[in-house]
Ligand binder design. Structure first.
Ligand SMILES: NCCC[C@H](NC(=O)CCC(=O)O)C(=O)O
Length: 447
């Protein structure tokens, strides 16, 4: 194990994983509204990916899911009585709001927070800011508990600094690491943090999408950079191509991904691409940099969206080479699998593609990269992480048994109002907090 590395913290799929068609602008989410889901299969697909990455020699962590249905939010909205009364009243009187309060969406931890490693920050700590996710109601109810889970996972203030999420308003819409990537020579060295935003909130003269919403503002990105104590010369802000947001690229990680000295992106990903790339080259400095651009005639934007070619994880293996962790959907598409087969033969650090079946997540618009939060760290910092949240053979077995015991094979949207499902989920999550030793992170544990 080298002294500096990047860990991936994947979101564990919760016991009420479901498809509710909640994300306007996210094509897969809309197309699969009300499809039957399999929470057990989804959780196991996720665990398998985590274990496979741990077996590759990478540091792999686990982030706990949220409590859903979110009875607390429903009570804030005026539903009252016993928990069963709240579920029944909300599901019958306001089914759309009820479904939003049942969303599976915390599994996509690329939206949990923005993370800046200690090599980049003024005080030399790793900084975390949970994303406020204001653009979608079903996601805007995540940040408080996300913050609790992050603090219980990275629970040593000598090394980790946790911020409150940005003010809950569209002007500061923040979607976390899905719109943030970091280039560096080696993980432990000062890096270049790239923030990608969809619109300017305080300047209407600037370009913006017209059909689907831009979820991230430049003002939010700048606030996170300030909170994390980043230096201007090591930050680049890029506007996402608004035309692509209108085609369904709702986060930057649907159209570009970076790792160390590689930026892998689609030709149409950014607005003013030439000047953006110039800025990156200039700020990255005189080091070996691979800007891998995929042209539209090699892979269309539509194919990139349906296969999630860019929602792949590029990971550095022990021998220094990189591998792409791709969803099996990429393998099933001729243009994309052909492109990937060619890519690994070229003169870039990427030498291998590994395919994973994450279809339960893909149906909601989340690929391998959405499922993980990256934390570049040193060995000393890793030693300060709550050890129970790190994947190994024992935790893999324990969590698979836990899923087998508590998760249903199949779930329909109608099942979500079943008070027995709430009891099952709370029992499962209560036990999970013991397995991961998180303490009382959920509202139901705090009463
Ligand atoms: N980074 C991937 C995020 C996917 C997520 N999907 C959702 O919330 C869909 C949930 C539903 O439709 O049931 C989103 O769009 O934010």
């Amino acid at each position: 194990m080298t002294q500096h590395f990047e860990a991936n913290f994947d979101g564990l799929v919760g016991p009420t994983h479901n498809y509710a068609g909640l994300s306007y602008g996210n094509v897969a989410s809309l197309n699969n509204a009300s499809a039957l889901s399999s929470p057990k299969q989804a959780a196991k697909q996720g665990l398998k990916k985590m274990k496979a990455l741990a077996d590759l020699g990478l540091v792999q962590g686990i982030l706990a899911p949220q409590e859903r249905p979110d009875v607390n939010s429903l009570r804030r909205l005026g539903f009252s009585g016993t928990d069963a009364d709240v579920l029944f009243a909300a599901a019958t009187q306001a089914p759309a709001i009820f479904q939003a309060c049942c969303s599976a969406s915390s599994m996509w931890t690329a939206n949990a927070a923005t993370v800046s490693p200690s090599a980049d920050t003024k005080d030399g700590k790793i900084h975390f800011t949970p994303a406020n996710l204001t653009n979608k109601f079903h996601r805007s109810i995540e940040p408080q508990v996300t913050g609790n889970i992050l603090q219980a996972t990275f629970n040593d203030d000598r090394y980790f600094s946790h911020h409150q999420h940005l003010p809950d308003n569209d002007h500061f819409g923040d979607e976390g690491a899905a719109n943030h990537t970091r280039l560096c020579n080696a993980y432990g060295e000062q890096g270049l943090e790239i923030f990608v935003y969809g619109k300017h909130a305080f300047d209407n003269s600037k370009p913006a999408p017209t059909k689907f919403p831009a979820r991230q503002t430049i003002e939010a990105s700048q606030a996170v950079a300030r909170l994390h104590g980043l230096k201007d010369e090591n930050v680049v802000y890029i506007q996402q191509n608004p035309a692509l947001i209108d085609q369904g690229v709702f986060h930057n990680d649907v159209i570009s991904v970076g790792n160390q000295n590689v930026l892998f992106y689609h030709q149409q990903a950014f607005l003013d691409s030439a000047s953006v790339l110039q800025q990156i080259r200039q700020k990255f400095g005189d080091k070996d940099l691979h800007l891998i651009c995929v042209n539209s005639d090699e892979v269309s934007v539509q194919d990139a969206i349906s296969t999630y070619l860019f929602n792949t994880q590029i990971v550095t293996l022990a021998d220094g080479h990189m591998a792409i962790i791709a969803p099996s959907n990429c393998q099933e598409n001729q243009a994309v699998s052909h492109y990937l087969a060619k890519l690994v033969e070229q003169n870039t650090p990427i030498k291998e593609v590994k395919y994973f079946d994450v279809k339960q997540s893909m149906r909601n618009g989340g690929g391998p990269a959405c499922l993980r939060l990256r934390v570049a760290m040193t060995e000393q910092e890793r030693a300060a992480v709550n050890p129970n949240t790190l994947m190994n053979d024992k935790q893999f077995d324990t969590l698979n048994h836990w899923v087998d015991k508590h998760y249903r094979d199949e779930l329909s949207v109608d099942d979500l109002r079943d008070p027995q499902l709430l009891v099952e989920s709370r029992t499962a999550l209560d036990q999970l907090t013991q397995i991961l030793q998180l303490g009382a992170v959920y509202p139901f544990q705090q009463v």
